[in-house]
Design a protein around this ligand. Structure first.
Ligand code: PLP
Ligand code: COI
Length: 344
């Protein structure tokens, strides 16, 4: 892969492709304990050919971002929530969890080591961080690993759905991404492999991505392949699905709070029946990568539900976007504890 330096990057043109920065964080669990982690100059990992990662999909990951403020500080958004979600994912997959405090410390270390790769304030780009946990070492029986690798790679990114803040169209998939009591709540790698085929089919038909229904009844909206779903009713309710098989998004939890406390909406986690989608005046996808992506339409079979407009962003979706991004980039006062400044 061709290596570029930060001064060669046009930050405003970034999409979501991997750009090597040369510095990652790595720690190993061996002989029953986590070894001290460190910054490494290596983008490849030695994985045993008989590892539970390769054969049984024993791996999970996280997604988070670092942002540059107007004052040229670098800050991260609620990193302890990603750390805790990775502990929860690890437990679901019978893995050795990486401790929350060590995770947060590693985030600060890896951002500091890559500080020149944090895109400038106002560019619309940020430094994406991918913590991961892998089951390594030989294990031929169907059983969890006894050795693990925890790592974090970083790469500068722009918008996940290309084209900026505009509505995108989504397609309801016939496939399930997770089983009712399966791994949907965990950020397990296998959930994403299970969704590739649905996502590819949606994109081939000209949609931005697939949306999944609940795997038990196939009547309720679950989530987008890489983000959570929300709808806003004309009477001011911000509603997002409550399901045991979706990922408990950090953006979703943040927007539930912001909708209620900053926008005066009624925030609801509840069931959203697909045949009642026309109750929404606006809709969107929310996540670290997706930020807030307005949803112009959802197609289910031969029915198309349009929200607000297929060309323009709805006013409440725009306000939520400005509030969230304003907090993340330091322009708007954050709720207590949401922002950590990285000491560079
Ligand atoms: N749902 C799925 C399937 C995701 O991959 C993501 C992205 O991480 C989300 C929801 C949103 O989670 P978060 O807001 O924590 O990024
Ligand atoms: C994220 O939003 O960080 C995700 O993990 C979603 C996707 C890019 C896998």
């Amino acid at each position: 892969m061709e290596h570029v330096t930060p001064d060669q990057v046009d930050w405003t043109k970034l999409g979501f492709d991997y750009i090597p920065t040369g510095k990652s964080f790595r720690a190993e669990f061996k002989d029953g304990q986590w070894q001290e982690g460190s910054i490494v100059n290596e983008a490849t990992i030695q994985i045993h050919e008989a590892s539970p990662l390769i054969h049984y999909g024993q791996g999970c990951f996280e997604g988070m971002k670092a942002y540059r403020t107007k004052e040229n500080k670098i800050q991260v958004f609620r990193p302890e929530l990603n750390a805790q979600r990775m502990v929860d994912s690890a437990h679901r997959l019978a893995m050795e969890a990486y401790p929350v405090e060590d995770f947060v410390r590693a985030i600060h270390q890896v951002v500091k080591a890559n500080k020149d790769w944090v895109p400038p304030y106002g560019s619309g780009a940020s430094l994406y961080m991918r913590p991961y946990l892998l089951g390594n070492g030989p294990m031929t029986t169907v059983a969890p690993a006894e050795e693990f690798v925890f790592g974090i790679y970083v790469t500068p990114v722009g918008p996940y759905f290309k084209g900026g803040l505009k509505p995108f169209n989504f397609l309801i998939s016939d496939y399930d991404r997770a089983a009712p009591k399966g791994t949907g709540r965990a950020k397990a790698g296998g959930n994403y492999a299970a969704g590739f085929i649905a996502s590819q089919a949606a994109k081939k038909q000209g949609y931005a991505d697939a949306i999944y229904l609940d795997p038990l009844t196939h009547t309720k909206i679950e989530e987008v392949g890489a983000a959570n779903f929300f709808g806003i009713t004309p009477d001011g309710q911000f509603i997002t699905p409550d399901s045991p098989s979706i990922l408990p998004g950090i953006t979703k939890r943040s927007l539930l709070w912001l909708a209620e406390h900053r926008l005066g909406l009624k925030a609801v986690e509840g069931e959203i029946y697909v045949d009642q989608l026309d109750q929404f005046a606006e809709a969107g996808a929310m996540g670290t990568a997706a930020v807030i992506t307005p949803i112009g339409s959802i197609t289910h079979g031969d029915h198309e539900y349009v929200f607000y407009s297929k060309d323009e962003v709805g006013p409440l979706t725009l306000k939520l976007y400005q509030e969230l991004v304003g907090i993340q980039t330091g322009d708007i006062e954050p709720p207590a504890g949401w922002i950590q400044v990285v000491d560079c």
